[in-house]
Design a protein around this ligand. Sequence first.
Ligand SMILES: [Zn+2]
Length: 320
Amino acid sequence: MNKATEYMMTFLENNYMPLVNHHLNENDKVYLGEKDNRICRFCKKDETETTFDSVAHAIPEFVGNKKLIAYYECDVCNSKFSRLMESHMGNYMNLWHTLSQVRGKKKIPSFKTTQDKSRIDIGTENVKIEDHEGDSIFTIDEEKKTITITAKRRSYVPIAIHKTLTKMALTIMPEEDLEDFKTTMAWINEEDHKKSPHDLKVLPVLMSIAPGIKPFPFVSCMLFKRKENPTDSVPHMIFLLAYGNFAFQIFLPLCSQDQNLQGGEMKLTYIPTPIDMNGIRVTRKQLDMSSKEKVREDEESVVLQFESMEEQEIPKKEED
Ligand SMILES: [Zn+2]
C-alpha cells in the first residue's frame, strides 16, 4: 500500500464507521423496504395516494445498476427524479459511459455530438467512431499510440448532478438516519433548482477515473457515518458510488448534525477503494457542482490507448 492510500485509510478509520454497503456482484436482486403497504420515502404518500407500478432502481440504471431495487419510491417521484436530476448526470457522463461501455437501461449508450453528425457506437466486437468534417471529434497520435476524443457535452445543470448522487445516498440510507436529513430531502424534492431557499456556495464531488477495462466490475455504493469522537472536522455522512471506470464521492449537504460545521472548515478526502489498494494510477478530479445554471457546449477530452493501426476500405453504404 502506498503512502496516499495509507493516509486515506487512516483518515477514514479515525473519522467514520461504515453504515451501509452494497456490492452488486451477485446475480440476485436486492430489494430495499417492504413489498406490502408501501409508503414513498420521498413524498410520504401511500398506496391509496400514489402508485408503485414501475420498478424503482435505488441506483439509476444508467450507471449499470440492474439489481438494487427500492420498494419505497413511488412512480411520481421516480419520473420526477429522472427528469430533474438523473438525465443531467447522464448527459455529463455520456461520452465516458459510451467509451467505458457502461450498460444502461437497454444497451450501452451511443454518443452523438451536439451537431448530431459525428458519433460513437459500441458494437458487439468493436467501437465505431464516425467522424465528420466540421464536427470532428478525434485526433490520432501514431507515435504515442493514442486516440484523443474531444467532444462537447449535451447541456446539464451541475447542481442536478449533485442531487442525483444525494438522492442515491438517501435511498440506501437506513430509515432511522433520515431524521437528520429532512432538509436534504426537501432540497432534492424541489421542482425548480433555481427556486430554492438554499444557496450552497460549494458542492464538491470527488471523482476518480481508473484506467483499464472495468476496474470496478460491478456497481458498489456505500454510506459512512461520522464517529462519536472524530479526529477531524468532517461532515456527518459521506457517500461513495463506484462502477465501471468511475468512483464518485460526496458529503450529504444540509444535514441537521452538521449545523455547527456550516461555514466552517470541513475536511474531505477520498475514500479508498480496492483500486487504490492495488496501486492502480487513478485520475482524481474535485468538481464543484453547486451551480444552478445550465452549462452548454462544455468540452471534454478522453485519451484512449491502442495497440496497432491498419487502414481499411469503408464498405459502401447501400443508399450510395
Ligand atoms: Zn413519491
